[in-house]
Design a protein around this ligand. Structure first.
Ligand code: ZN
Length: 361
C-alpha cells in the first residue's frame, strides 16, 4: 500500500510539474518583408494606385482606392489590424504622428534586417546583404531552443528560403519550413500537410527560393495545431516580391491577405487552450521602401527605406493603441523584448544588444 501511495505521490508531483511548465508563455514573432509604414498607417497611396506603370489591374484593388479619409482608407486595406489590433494592442512607427521606428543597420536590405531583429544587433561588417551565407551571429530563436523551458519547442515558417541561413540552421538545426521545403520530408505528415505539399509541387515555381505567403501561413497553422510549438517565427513576404516587380495592385492585395492571416492566427490562438490568453504576438518588418517612384525599391541608396514599424498584441501587451510622438525605436530592440517575454537570458558574447522596448516589463 505504501508503495502504491509513493507512486501516486510521484505521479501527482509530475502532474504538477507538467502543469507548471505548461504555463510557459507562448510567443509568436511575425515579420512582413518590405511592407511600408506608409500603407499600414495611411492606406493606399493614391498616386501609385493611379499610375498605370504600377497598377495594371485596377478592378482587383478598387475597394482600397479613392477613399479620401485616411482612417477609412487604412481600415479598408487592413480591417483586422485597425479594428482589433489597434483596440487591444499597440502600434508604433506612424511617422505622420511622430512615432519613429527604424533599422539600426546601414543597408535597409532583407537579410541585415532579419538578422538585426533576431540577434538584437546589426553586424554591418559581415551581414551586408542577402548573400551573406550562414549567419555567424547567435539569435534569440536558437538560444530559446537550447533553453530548458523552450527546448525543442521553437519553429520557423518562412516564405523565403534564405531564412535558413539567417537563423543559422546549419549550426543550430532549428526546424525551418521555408522556400521549396515540403512537409512530406517530416516523418508523419498529416493529410493536410500532404495536400499542401502536393499543391506546392504543382505550383509553377515563379518565385525561386520562396513559397507564397499562403503556404507559410498554412504550414504554420497546421504545425501549431499538431505540434504546439511555444515559440513560433512566421515570415511573410509577397509584399516585397510584388513591390520589386513594380506591381502596386498586387502589393496591396498581398497586404490585405496578410492582415487576414493576422486574424486567422489570432483566432487559432484564442480557440486553442494551449495558446489561449497565454500568447504574446509581435509583428514587424525587415525594412521600409522608397518614396514616389522609388517605392519599388529599398537599400542603402534609397532614401527612407530604413523606416520600419511594429505592432504587438496578446498577453501582457498594454492596449495603448496607435501611438504618437515616441521613439526612435529600432528593430535591434526586438530580441531583448522577446527574451523578456520568454523569461530567458539573452546576451550574445561580444555584442551590445538593443534594450527591450518600453512596453515590455
Ligand atoms: Zn526584405
Amino acid at each position: 500500500m505504501k508503495k502504491y501511495f509513493a507512486t501516486f505521490l510521484l505521479l501527482l508531483l509530475c502532474g504538477c510539474a507538467m502543469a507548471k511548465s505548461d504555463k510557459d508563455r507562448r510567443v509568436i514573432l511575425i515579420m512582413i518583408d518590405g511592407l511600408r509604414w506608409q500603407e499600414l498607417y495611411t492606406g493606399t497611396d493614391a498616386e501609385l494606385a493611379a499610375n498605370k506603370d504600377f497598377t495594371r489591374n485596377t478592378s482587383s484593388i478598387k475597394a482600397f482606392c479613392n477613399i479620401d479619409n485616411v482612417e477609412q482608407r487604412r481600415s479598408t486595406l487592413m480591417p483586422f489590424t485597425w479594428s482589433f489590433i489597434r483596440e487591444n494592442g499597440l502600434m508604433i512607427g506612424n511617422r505622420t504622428k511622430g512615432s519613429i521606428m527604424q533599422v539600426a543597420n546601414k543597408y535597409s536590405i532583407s537579410y541585415p534586417g532579419y538578422s538585426e531583429t533576431l540577434t538584437g544587433h546589426p553586424d554591418d561588417e559581415r551581414i551586408r546583404g542577402n548573400g551573406a551565407g550562414d549567419n555567424p551571429n547567435i539569435n534569440i530563436l536558437e538560444v530559446a531552443n537550447e533553453s530548458k523551458k523552450y527546448k525543442g519547442s521553437v519553429r520557423v515558417f518562412a516564405r523565403w528560403g534564405t531564412q535558413r541561413q539567417i537563423v543559422g540552421q546549419a549550426r543550430n538545426n532549428l526546424p525551418v519550413i521555408a522556400g521549396r521545403d515540403m512537409f512530406s520530408n517530416s516523418p508523419k505528415p498529416t493529410e493536410k500537410e500532404l495536400m499542401l505539399d502536393e499543391m506546392k509541387r504543382k505550383l509553377f515555381d515563379f518565385q525561386g527560393n520562396a513559397q507564397l505567403d499562403l503556404w507559410a501561413y498554412q504550414y504554420a497553422s497546421e504545425q501549431m495545431r499538431t505540434l504546439h510549438p511555444k515559440f513560433v517565427f512566421i515570415q511573410f513576404g509577397d509584399t516585397d516580391l510584388h513591390a520589386h516587380n513594380g506591381r502596386y495592385d498586387y502589393y496591396l492585395s498581398a497586404i490585405h491577405n496578410i492582415d487576414d492571416y493576422f486574424r486567422l492566427i489570432w483566432e487559432q490562438v484564442q480557440s486553442d487552450p494551449f495558446y489561449r490568453d497565454n500568447t504574446t504576438i509581435i509583428i514587424t518588418c525587415d525594412h521600409g521602401r522608397g518614396l514616389g517612384a522609388e517605392w519599388c525599391d529599398h537599400g542603402p541608396s534609397i532614401k527612407r527605406a530604413n523606416e520600419t514599424w511594429l505592432m504587438a498584441i496578446g498577453k501582457d501587451i498594454p492596449a495603448l493603441g496607435e501611438m504618437e510622438n515616441n521613439g526612435p525605436f529600432y528593430n535591434k530592440q526586438v530580441a531583448a523584448s522577446l527574451a523578456a517575454y520568454l523569461g530567458i537570458d539573452y546576451q550574445p558574447e561580444g555584442w551590445e544588444i538593443g534594450e527591450k522596448l518600453f512596453f515590455v516589463k
